[in-house]
Design a protein around this ligand. Sequence first.
Ligand code: ZN
Ligand code: ZN
Length: 388
Amino acid sequence: MRSWRWQIFRNMRLFLRWFRLCPRRGNRKSRGRIQELWSYGKLFLKSLYYNSLTNSDTVLDCIFEPVYWVVDNVTRWFGVVFVCLVIALTSSIVLIVYLCVLPLIFSTYPIHWILWHLCYGHWNLIMLAFHYYKATTTSPGFPPQEKCDTPSVSICKKCIVPKPPRTHHCSICNKCILKMDHHCPWLNNCVGHFNHRYFFSFCLYMTMGCIYCSISAKDMFFDAYNAIESYRNMDMHMEGDPVTGAGPLFSLLPLGYRPRQSYYQTPPPPYTFQERLFHKSILYLWVLTSSVALALGGLTLWHAVLITRGETSVERHINRKETKRLKEKGKVFRNPFHYGRINNWKILFGVEKRSHWLTRVLLPSSHAPYGDGLVWDCPPHRADLMAI
Ligand SMILES: [Zn+2]
Ligand SMILES: [Zn+2]
């Protein structure tokens, strides 16, 4: 085996040769010489890191390794903080709805609108809380550690266990995850085979809840915003408005004739503390729910597209690369886990008959997903389900 001294010696030799080739005064414009110099420079650089298995991905991975390490550790240790943040923010919104929005709805809306708000709001809240709890507490599913007969597509280099199809290693959990989608810091959990449905339903119901709050509180937001603006302007005027014993008569005089004042009277506040708190709470509710509705709505839509295609987030990248590679060879890539648009949704939600759309999708349900996440064959409940 060649020693490291030999490697250094070889690199030094290349460097000296490159140095000797540097253009001198008389032939600076020599194009061929510059090209030769450039190729030697590249060769010298490559000799520093060359390995028969090295490619641009490996080099980039090595460069970004410290960044990955920091991100992984931050995500791992801050997972609990993120979960607490989700619970605190959601609770604050629910509290504002109960204390500010609902009383106003009760006092101003007709009975059918009150019933709609009560029924929809509580159903949305129950679905949201149920799916968040299940998504954070349900294990995503891990491949067996002991030797078994389950089919595998490769070996995990970190766990040293066979990887079944759709399984990927999570560097934050430091485990292989069945049908891994991604590691979600907001759940402090990986999204995999057993909690994919809970994750998607949580995103969906959270988006729906935010849209509902944003639309319901829209008029109240504009009123609160105008009120805040008006009392801010009022405060600015009041601060410099002098009051004298002569009363309002002086205010009729031109500015130059008004006597200089030595004290100011504090006017009574136009809005009480509760009213100001109410306005600010409405402002907070509307801004937060609208922003979350936009951001999370986009993410939910993206996951909906992936589910329709029968892909996970990880597979999206792999399949895109594979499609490009096969296209160059004149071939077409077919996703083996795409069972048809509607069927992909049925598999995700575990819908086996029509009534399941109500009992398993629109109501809280803890049913297990289709299959064990180790074997991916055609689901048996529909004869027309064929991998295309
Ligand atoms: Zn692994
Ligand atoms: Zn993970």
